[in-house]
Structure formats: C-alpha cells, structure tokens
Design a protein around this ligand. Structure first.
Ligand SMILES: [Zn+2]
Length: 186
C-alpha cells in the first residue's frame, strides 16, 4: 500500500493560523484538505484562495459550525448549502463536494440526505489539538508512530488549537516524511 497520510484542517481559514499551516506544508510539498467554516470563508477569502492555489482541497464544514444534534434538519441542510455557495463564490474553480460535520455529529437522516450530493469525510485520528489543557508534547505523542498508510488526521487551523498545532505540525511532517510517507489531499 502506498504510504500516504491525509491531513485535514478544520474550522479555518483564519489569517493567524492558516498561513502558518500553508507555509509548513509547502516545506514538504505536502498537500492537505481544509474543511472551512462559511463565515471564515467570507471574512478571509484571500486566504481561501491561497489554499486553493497551493494545490490543497477545500471542503464544507457548515456556515456557522453548527452541531447536528442541536440543529433542526432543514436548518442544518441550509447551513451546508450556504457554506457550499460561499465556497463556490470564493474559489469558483473548485468543485469538490467534500463535507465534514462539525464535532463529527450527524444524524442518520442527515447522513442519508447529504450523501446524495456530498462525500462525507470523517477521520481515523483525532489529535485534540484544540484542547488547551493538553500539552503540545502529549498532543504530538498521540500521533507519533501511530499513523499508518491511509490515515486521515484531524487538525484545526483555529485559535484554540494554535499553540498545539504550531508544535505538532512541523514534527509530524518531518517525522513521517523521514519514514517515507507523503501527504496528499482528499
Ligand atoms: Zn469543526
């Protein structure tokens, strides 16, 4: 099996963190997938364009980062549609239909409905980089040596995750590149 790791970055794009992520990925010619929040796309269209120009994939993460278990069915679908519309406005040449539900929450009826139009992407490894009570070192140990070909890793280009991400991402790229892995977008 090809030694590929799929890094995914949720909740951006934001200037403080996404630009750092892009610069780190560039050092290793690594490609990744960014599940964007519609509101952040509207606030930061230029960063979204940079993500696309870097050869990375952009995906849908709802307009306002809503939770499926707390949001009425029709409203949730609107949230997804609104984010997709914003994605198409900001990066018109991007035609991906990837969707990741915030907090990994999805009801069976939403999943069934969304699958008609979107590819719903979950993950194999969650780092909890957003948990500020977790030290960067521990966060890194949750990934070091544990990823295998085909792993899908969730990281966050968010302010909450920034401290852990700035520690983990350079180490992750270096460690797994040295072990013969390449990083691809979904
Ligand atoms: Zn999220």
């Amino acid at each position: 099996m090809e030694k590929t790791i799929y890094l995914t970055f949720d909740d951006g794009p934001i200037p403080e963190v996404t630009e750092f992520v892009l610069a780190e990925l560039e050092k290793y010619q690594a490609k990744a997938t960014f599940f964007c929040v519609g509101e952040n796309l509207q606030r930061n269209p230029d960063i979204a364009k940079k993500v696309a120009q870097g050869g990375h994939t952009l995906g849908n993460h709802t307009h306002k980062h809503v939770q499926a278990f707390k949001t009425p069915f029709a409203h949730y679908l609107q949230e997804v549609e609104q984010c997709q519309k914003t994605l198409q406005q900001v990066v018109p040449h991007v035609t991906t239909k990837l969707f990741r539900p915030p907090h990994g929450q999805l009801t069976y009826s939403l999943l069934t409905q969304l699958r008609e139009k979107y590819q719903v992407v979950m993950w194999s490894h969650l780092t909890y980089d957003f948990d500020q009570s977790l030290s960067p070192e521990v966060c890194w140990l949750k990934l070091k040596g544990l990823l295998t070909p085909g792993s899908i890793v969730v990281l966050h280009d968010s302010l909450k995750a920034e401290r852990n991400l700035r520690y983990v991402l350079p180490r992750l790229l270096e460690h797994y590149t040295a072990s013969g892995f390449t990083f691809k977008a979904l």
